[in-house]
Design a protein around this ligand. Sequence first.
Ligand SMILES: [Zn+2]
Length: 417
Amino acid sequence: MEKVVSRFLRYVRIHTESDPSAPPGVLPSAAREFDLARLLVDELRELGLTDAHVDEHCYVYATLPATPGCGALPVIGLLAHMDTSPDLTGKDVNPQILHYDGGELVINRELGVVMDAEHFPELDRFLGEDLIFADGRTLLGADDKGGIAVILQALEDLIAAGTPHGTVKVAFTPDEEIGRGPLGFDIPGFGADFAYTLDGPAPNEYAYETFNAAQAQVTLTGLSVHPGSSKGLMKSALLMSMDFNALLPPLETPFHTDGREGFFHLLSLTGNVEETRMIYLIRDHDSARFAERKAVMEKAAEELRRRWGSDCIRLEITDQYPNMAKWLEDKPEIVALAVAAMRLAGVEDPVAVAIRGGTDGSQLTSKGLPCPNLPCGTQYAHGRYEFVSVQALTTCKEMVKHLVSADLVKRVMEENL
Ligand SMILES: [Zn+2]
């Protein structure tokens, strides 16, 4: 069995589901994330990365020092997250490897977990490959233990082969799936010039664009009186909420949009006549259109005040994460290096995907650590259909080896001077 696969199978068996119900300041959200962190520290030390350690918030850091003569090369960071999504349990993951020759793939007959290319079109890309699944009861956790396995195996191979490289920094983080990954990340301590998260799907897809993201909290205040004698008196906060939503563009929702189209997403609506609260997600890749979306909301609030009085609505818009593209466009060598590494790993058609979401990298980039996202092969993450192919893991591992090898880094830096 390929070493990257046996590594991967070892990591997915460790339960590291993050816990969204943990109080906001608690990091990591679940103490079990330390179980994997400690194992990874041991394995990093076995590889000779003697400074490997895990801090009190469950961030694992380690350094692979530059080989002789390569100390002047940029310091490259490699990142992956240790937690798995709380969308489906990651306890007692029992992986299996199924060869895919087309047709039906039975993950679990008893539970009716069966896949075919008609319902899961991505499957078509993996004809003839060996796919690693869980057993239909849990998620697999290739998101993002695939990334961890790929990074560690690439380092092991690189060291064994004596390939020249600059300084490589490694970090494994907790709580990415609940949006807290960057919170405790020590960017100055990490000391990388730029980094890559290994947390993407198919081996030919990379990303340096994410949404710009904000959340809007809308609080509507009404006045309740007996409906039989309320003419001119009653103000229904529930009806106001419908008014508000009707003032937003009806075809700009997640249901109606894809690619680079942004949206408003009504995430929750709770209330009664006296008070109703709505939470919206605002998303757009384009910064100008993102600003316009916020303005549309402000205008809708203004209109409601005109209809129902100045105290009827409170609108609070909070930025969540920015599109990392605006930082990375100034440093084209970072993306160029990734694309060159993909090609050397045998990927013929690298393609940039604008992520319809965020990554840990979006926040790290905005805080000063440029950090595009590279693939680790995960498909259909966060559920029982999640899989990664043996071939994809191997390709991504080769990509990481090239990504930090002195030959390629020197060539790409010179080309982008
Ligand atoms: Zn992930």
